[in-house]
Design a protein around this ligand. Sequence first.
Ligand SMILES: C[S@@+](CC[C@H](N)C(=O)[O-])C[C@H]1O[C@@H](n2cnc3c(N)ncnc32)[C@H](O)[C@@H]1O
Length: 209
Amino acid sequence: MAKDDVIETPPRSGRPRIHQNDRERWRKAQAARRQRLRDAATCKKPRAIFSSQRGEWGSPPELIGNVLSRLEIDCFCLDPASPGPGGPVPARRYFTKEEDGLCQEWVGEHVWLNPPYGRHLAKWVRKAVSEWHFGRAKTIVLLLPARTDTLWWHELITAGGQPEFLKGRVRFLDTDGQRRDVAPFASVLVWLRPQVGDQIDPRPQGIDE
Ligand SMILES: C[S@@+](CC[C@H](N)C(=O)[O-])C[C@H]1O[C@@H](n2cnc3c(N)ncnc32)[C@H](O)[C@@H]1O
């Protein structure tokens, strides 16, 4: 095409006809429609609606039982993110949303933390690191989504958290204690516990300071 053949479009003036939010909504609707078509083509069932915002992923009893037996206890001292009495975690003390576990001191030998998985997850992880660091909680076992690309993950591991990646996907409990379908994310247990070096006194024997 010769240069002179280029048709000049008139400069746009006034407000754009499609608002940015409309465009974004339209793009999302198209993506959802394409996904539904793909699912239909591969005979997949529609995906279960999991909302990590709801934050109510109850720990499955076999996982709790496994951790308790490894700690050689039958009850945690504290569950700081709890639905309240009747929740799935045997704990002597617990904090509910109303008491706000993030604002409390976590004192105890053995603490179980399966935090709400919403936007405050990082705060819960940082709170656990801090309570452990200052020695209020001796051992904290965290059940977390394995988001190894997040800042909180790196802070937790750098602070001394020992990860155990779970094979397969966890079947969490609903608020009514019923099993959900398997989670759409991988999970990991991270242990904040006394470290070998904590028990060693490096000073030479017989020298008082
Ligand atoms: C992922 S569930 C875990 C429940 C239970 N600890 C377990 O392991 O099965 C997170 C729980 O934290 C509770 N929660 C939410 N915000 C909280 C807050 N600020 N303080 C204490 N608990 C909270 C929720 O109601 C929910 O029951």
